[in-house]
Design a protein around this ligand. Structure first.
Ligand SMILES: Cc1ncc(COP(=O)(O)O)c(C=O)c1O
Length: 394
């Protein structure tokens, strides 16, 4: 295998190859010696040098670079239409590395007032004690985000869209303008949409964050993260911090994630079809008081989502009529939906955000309602999913 350089991946993109073609081909060429069409897992920590400093293809030590990881990084950069991609051991490792690359103690970041609990915990309990101030603001309210910016001090406007778990929508183009007016960068966590449904860099964002654990990997068998950047100065700083902090994706993990990315398009289409069926079913169910899904016309972010997303994704949140206990009981009764944290795999998952993924925001301004349930709709037979929800809702 030869991994493509970022320039080659870029050329691939410029040749106008479609998303699914790039998902399958960008990032590597079949091995010149054997013709192997699938990249090998380079399980090596170090590389023979041809004389001191005589590196083959720039490979020196696998924290700095590994060919399996390079293939993944070039592939995901192509899918997000960025200049360079970087793969990490988890989404949070990617986030932490990015904050170190772009911020210094004394700086300030605007964060979503509805975000993955672990992201909030990172800001509140790890970055804030280091000296990075933050202000939560609603990603769906451009004026609130503008008002939260501290001129001269804010380095990043950080958004998720759709948000986890309330599925709020931020207008990426408008938020990029607000951030750039203030001399800040716009960082978009694109985990829920995946690059198949939404490409924030094309809409003006500066950095895309992924928990590749989710739709990118797609099979609930690997934890990983990625950053994709559009600016080469930002890329240099991220590359330096990726190597210096060292929270990189190992070659086995990189290989699994790359395998997942190859089928992202077909998986996402089926995920979205099933999610639409589930939404339709829940919206008509008497035990459901509200369905949160940007594909619904009454969703306040529907118009923006329709502009910036190809479809509306596979995460569906809803509230039940019987309060928190009803939500907990429903989560405990499903048989096809597995009660588990995480999302984005081929199997359907159900969870109670208040007690599970978002337990770390209890008692903060990011606390989520107790009667809320979050679904990650998988690619099973739709009728089985509907029947399971029906019996579980009671
Ligand atoms: C939107 C979002 N961002 C980031 C993360 C963190 O990623 P990881 O669990 O891979 O560290 C998650 C995890 O659930 C997430 O849902």
């Amino acid at each position: 295998m030869t991994s493509q350089t970022p320039e080659q991946a870029q050329q691939n993109q410029e040749k106008g190859a479609g998303f699914e073609t790039r998902a399958i081909h960008a990032g590597y060429e079949p091995d010149p010696t054997t013709g192997a069409v699938i990249p090998p897992i380079f399980a090596t920590s170090t590389y023979k040098q041809d004389g001191v400093g005589g590196l083959r293809g720039g490979y020196e030590y696998s924290r700095s670079a590994n060919p399996t990881r390079t293939a993944l990084e070039a592939n995901i950069a192509s899918l997000e239409q960025g200049e360079r991609g970087f793969a990490f051991s988890s989404g949070l490792a990617a986030e932490h590395t990015l904050l170190k690359a772009l911020c210094a103690p004394g700086d300030h970041v605007v964060i979503p007032d509805d975000a993955y609990g672990g992201t909030y915990r990172l800001f509140a309990q790890v970055e804030a004690p280091w000296g990075l101030a933050y202000t939560p603001a609603a990603v769906s309210d451009v004026d609130a985000v503008r008002a939260a910016i501290r001129p001269g001090q804010t380095k990043i406007v950080w958004v998720e869209t759709p948000t986890n778990p309330l599925l709020n929508i931020g207008d990426i183009e408008a938020l990029a303008a607000v951030a750039h007016d203030a001399g800040a960068l716009l960082v978009v966590d694109n985990t829920f949409a995946s690059p198949y449904l939404q490409q924030p860099l094309v809409l003006g964002a500066d950095v895309v964050v992924h928990s590749t654990t989710k739709f990118c990997g797609g099979h609930s068998d690997v934890v990983g993260g990625a950053l994709i950047v559009r600016d080469l100065d930002v890329a240099d700083s991220v590359a330096f911090h990726q190597n210096s902090i060292g929270a990189v994706a190992g070659p086995f993990d990189a290989w699994l994630t790359l395998r997942g990315l190859r089928t992202l398009g077909v998986r996402m289409d089926r995920h979205c079809e099933n999610a639409e069926r589930v939404v339709e079913f829940l919206a008509a169910h008497p035990a459901v008081s509200q369905v949160l899904y940007p594909g619904l016309e009454e969703h306040p972010g529907h118009a923006v989502a329709s502009r910036q997303m190809k479809r509306y994704g596979a995460i569906v949140s809803f509230r039940v009529t019987g309060g928190e206990q009803h939500a907990l009981d429903t989560c405990g009764r499903t048989e096809v939906f597995t009660l588990a944290e995480s999302l984005g795999g081929i199997e359907s998952l159900i969870e109670h955000p208040g007690r599970m993924t978002h337990a770390s925001v209890a008692g903060t301004e990011l606390e989520v309602p107790g009667d809320l349930i979050r679904l990650s709709v998988g690619i099973e037979t739709a009728e089985d999913l509907l029947a399971d929800l029906d019996q579980a809702l009671g």
